[in-house]
Design a protein around this ligand. Structure first.
Ligand SMILES: Cc1ncc(COP(=O)(O)O)c(C=O)c1O
Length: 390
């Protein structure tokens, strides 16, 4: 029997010493639209902290569609999709999304975190094996762990390390190989074609999270399947539409059979309130805009990213080896990383600092994403800051 009582607040003490040095870069208060500049804690800054790659998060055409959908269908479905259904916009959006991504069919979860968290429980069993890139996103890792099967990491983007594990464990009943397409903290791109070839050789199922790939890589921004030249229904595909697509929700794509199976067996979908009608309408409109405008918008994003990377390298900063338009500065300890973000913020630049446990200990990152809504003069201002950093 317990002899002393433990106060709840004593049980949930966060080690936040690193955030108590006068600047906490997390959960900041935004006071304006997602424009350039943006106002954060009342201060005017260049926003390089969001994943607004194509600069669509404040697009007036998408805003209009949201408002029209609210007028026509209301705000919330107030029910899970299996019970209360979707609006009539859903089927058209579903069909357009599947064709854009290059899969037979898709379903929509409220978020990609929820999708990644839920799919493994639905498709894998305790006796199966899941191999995953060691830099895979938390949502994938948590989802994989929830199955309770054997799961092993392979070295980042390393097909030799992956094949070693496939060869060793190929007798497992089912094997899943899990990767991101564009890695969110590094900007590196998975060798997904080679991963799929290995999966075919060892009868494994590839799973790819394209959250930072859709709208960013591939022809017309179609993402990793287009980028890798893959036309295959045996892939399990997930993506967030809260980044380049500037809306909200998680997509799972694959064969019609997979999608039908998940529709009736994935608890993360079945027991969660359906996506709001305005969001479905917004995604539908965004698809049309991306198809038309990807080339111009993406050219800007890649050019900005090259300007930032070149300025950093020229001035002696260490930068992760990225091919996607993510600039990831290697910043060291958590303290150093927060200090770096503070100095950027003091100089009018809003960045994303990644510290342990989001990244390895003492391997902090400052991520910069200059979306297509950012002015060239703002990018030049940031370049100039790196030229005169010390
Ligand atoms: C690689 C990756 N996967 C999944 C997610 C989760 O996506 P969502 O915001 O739609 O839940 C994120 C978001 O940070 C991400 O970076």
């Amino acid at each position: 029997m317990r002899t002393e009582s433990i106060c709840l607040k004593d049980r949930f003490q966060l080690d936040d010493s690193v955030l108590k040095k006068g600047f906490n870069p997390y959960y900041l208060s935004i006071n304006s639209e997602q424009n350039d500049p943006v106002y954060v804690n009342g201060k005017e800054v260049v926003n390089l902290a969001t994943n607004n790659y194509l600069g669509l998060s404040n697009d007036s055409r998408i805003k209009e569609v949201y408002i029209d959908a609210i007028r026509k269908y209301g705000i919330s479905m107030c029910a899970t999709p299996i019970a209360g259904g979707y609006t009539e916009l859903f089927e058209d959006t579903q069909r357009k999304l599947a064709s854009f991504i290059g899969v037979e069919s898709v379903i929509l979860y409220p978020s990609c975190y929820q999708a990644n968290n839920g799919i493994f429980q639905a498709v894998a069993k305790k006796e199966d094996l899941i191999l995953f890139d060691r830099f895979a996103h938390s949502s994938l890792i948590q989802g994989i762990r929830s199955v309770g099967c054997r799961s092993l990491p392979f070295s980042h983007n390393d097909v030799v390390s992956l094949e070693y594990l496939l060869e060793k464990y190929y007798l497992s009943p089912k094997i899943f190989v899990v990767t991101e397409s564009v890695f969110s903290t590094e900007g590196s791109i998975a060798p997904f074609k080679e991963i799929c070839e290995l999966c075919r050789k060892y009868n494994a199922i590839p799973v790819v999270d394209d959250s930072h790939g859709i709208g960013v890589i591939g022809r017309k921004g179609k993402g990793i399947l287009s980028h890798s030249g893959i036309d295959d229904d045996d892939v399990i595909y997930t993506t967030s539409l809260g980044k380049a697509f500037a809306n909200n929700c998680g997509v799972v794509g694959g064969s019609k059979e997979l999608i039908n199976y998940l529709s009736y067996s994935s608890s993360h979908l079945i027991y969660s309130t359906a996506i709001s009608p305005s969001v479905i309408a917004g995604i539908n409109k965004t698809l049309d805009i991306v198809k038309e405008e990807y080339d111009v918008r993406a050219a800007k994003v890649f050019r900005y990213s090259n300007l930032l990377k070149q300025a950093l390298v020229r001035n002696g900063f260490r930068v992760a080896d990225s091919t996607a338009p993510i600039t990831s500065i290697i910043a060291g300890t958590s303290e150093d990383t927060i200090d770096f973000a503070k100095k950027l913020f003091d100089n009018g630049v809003f960045s994303t600092p990644f510290i342990y446990p989001s990244v390895r200990k003492n391997d902090g990152r400052i991520r910069l994403i200059a979306g297509a809504n950012i002015k060239e003069s703002s990018v030049n201002k940031v370049v100039n800051l790196f030229e005169h950093w010390n």
